[in-house]
Design a protein around this ligand. Structure first.
Ligand code: ADP
Ligand code: MG
Length: 266
């Protein structure tokens, strides 16, 4: 059933004059609208600074980074080597904290959070894929993918079932008992993606995930990220690859630790 706007106003604000009702409705709408925008902002940074202290010299890797990324966006981060891309991704991914500035993840201020709490937030919300895969060499494929579920306290049967399902979805159900060294680069990266998404994080971060792969394997990996994005996840990829950037909703450019003004809309 649809309420006529005039009738709805009289039900909401029976005693006020028409102009007061009008003002109240406008204010209510603005509040709902602002709340909605806030809810959509899954990642928001305010003047992020990261300094690396190397004794006598200090490297300023991030120099006042302000970014807002909305839930469900597919963003590519691009910039020259040494411009601060990995540093930014590590902070966004709760693997590191900024020296100054604020970082809100899903409305939660995480920039000054202590390490254990930060790790818990990371485990619940974020999947991270590295250029060099970062798999544990002594564990087989299945065990590598089960790890985040083990940290989350899941029992072994359910863990096993969930890891198999995810590995199936990235086309690796015939490699469960292989060690990482017995796989190709593309397969290793698919294991790393399976590990990153096995506990259903809503944010997927990848730091040059196709950098060490041939173009065919890189294409397969991109297809998986595309699928995750279509399922409603937020995907952020650091890349030099124009094919990745082409698929993104938006490109964020970074130079010398600063976001360039020309944020390009894809
Ligand atoms: N752990 C570290 N210790 C000291 N300096 C670092 C460290 N990590 C990165 N840097 C420096 O910070 C700057 C940004 O590095 P990084 O974020 O890795 O850039 P990118 O990923 O864009 O290549 C570089 O000058 C790099 O040398
Ligand atoms: Mg890097």
């Amino acid at each position: 059933m649809r309420l006529e706007p005039g009738l709805a106003l009289r039900i909401y604000f029976p005693t006020q004059s028409l102009s007061t009702r009008f003002m109240l409705t406008i204010s209510l709408r603005s509040i709902v609208w602002l709340l909605w925008i806030k809810l959509m902002e899954i990642i928001k940074t305010d003047s992020l600074v990261k300094d690396y202290d190397l004794g006598k010299i200090k490297v300023r890797a991030l120099d006042g980074v302000d970014i807002v990324i909305e839930s469900g966006e597919f963003v590519a981060i691009m910039g020259p080597s040494g411009s601060g891309k990995s540093t930014l991704m590590h902070i966004i991914g709760c693997l590191d904290s900024p020296s100054e500035g604020e970082y809100y993840l899903d409305g939660l201020l995480v920039s000054q959070m202590e390490r254990r709490k930060l790790a818990a937030v990371r485990n619940a919300k974020i999947g991270f894929v590295f250029q060099s895969f970062n798999l544990l060499p002594h564990l087989n494929v299945l065990k590598n993918v089960e790890l985040p579920l083990m940290y989350a306290g899941m029992g072994s049967k359910e863990r096993n079932r969930q890891a198999r399902n995810i590995l199936d979805s990235v086309g690796l159900s015939d490699r469960l008992r292989h060690k990482p060294s017995e796989l190709s680069g593309g397969q290793r990266q698919r294991v790393a993606i399976a590990r990153a998404i096995v506990n259903s994080p809503s944010i997927l971060l990848a730091d040059e995930p196709t950098g060490n792969l041939d173009s065919t394997s890189g294409g397969d990996i991109l297809e998986i990220f595309g699928q995750l994005h279509r399922q409603g996840n937020t995907v952020i990829i650091v890349t030099h690859d124009p094919n990745v950037a082409e698929r993104a909703d938006r490109i964020i450019q970074i130079y010398d630790g600063k976001i360039s003004d020309g944020d390009i809309l894809g």
